[in-house]
Design a protein around this ligand. Sequence first.
Ligand SMILES: [Cu+2]
Length: 385
Amino acid sequence: MNNLLKIFAVAAAFGLTPAAGLAQEALPAQPKQALPAEPKMPAATDAISAQSQANPAQPQDVSGPNAGEAAATPAAEAAPPLVSSNRPVEGIGQPDGRMGLQDQFTPIGEEAAWFHDVILMPVITIISLFVLALMGWVAIRYRRAANPVPSRTTHNTLIEVIWTLVPVIILVVIAVPSIKLLANQYDPPKADLTVKVMGNQWYWTYQYPDNGDFEVVSNMLSEEDAKARGEPRLLGVDERMVVPAGAVVKLIVTSNDVIHAFAVPAFWSKIDAVPGRLNETWFKVDRPGVYYGQCSELCGARHAYMPIAVDVVPPAEFAAWVASKGGTMPGAAPAPTAGETGGAPATVGAAEASEAAPAPTTVSNVAAAGETVDQAATANPRVSE
Ligand SMILES: [Cu+2]
């Protein structure tokens, strides 16, 4: 019996731990104070970091010092600083002050939220109330005043069997869906798109190896810019990670400097970004929209200021966005934009793409196409190899 207990306990603990960790994903309360002026920001050795952090809200600057040299491209000045057709929606993909988990938009998220709501919370609540009632009953019924002569009872076989078996059954009930969820998390379907996510102090870069390996640098918007664009404070970014709706997206997550963690609560996705190591996770979102997350590993002074914004767009819009970045769609050689781009400079190709795209105005990133070249230049050679 003891061995059986141990096996179940270990299995349940193993299965529960990740779920419990993920359950804490609710974004922390955002600090009330305005963005600090940061006179003490350590001298950034990385020119990109220094530049982008100094002016995190200027889309034409985020690509680093190269942007100044490349300012000859008039697109940067003319571009309205829109991000995509997706607008943030209160309560979807971002915290809205309620208790509990955010609404889930991935298969794993739905499964995990069901596990939390239908299995874990009821079990925890029933056990807590039951134990509380037992303790109340013992404290009142068997208090000293009512029992001047205490009972000398020490054993009761039936009760001992019950209080051994019932917890075992509860653990089994929890372990089955828990281990199933764990297995599903680590057994992703075949990926339609791979995005390489890199943490940096203190911003994210997203590389698209399936689409010509272009890179997007994502910096947080300043408070004023976030307000102007209707983005949530401390969550809005200048360049979102754009992915197509309904596609299985594989994330390869790593870091350029210290340990970060890529976390998007609405996707039930949280994974460490460790230098020198590739971690993998996945998500599939059917509903177009923008979903926010934050770095979830203490990574330095501006840890709180490197948010994540994932833009889930219809596949056609994704293709237009890729073209605007100078990238290509796999197996889409006959596409007019890809053909026209040919050997032309990325900016020219992007400009053409924006004209050829069915709905150019919805893909605002098209306008900032000049950045593509600059951003590629910012890729860390060590990782881009
Ligand atoms: Cu970080």
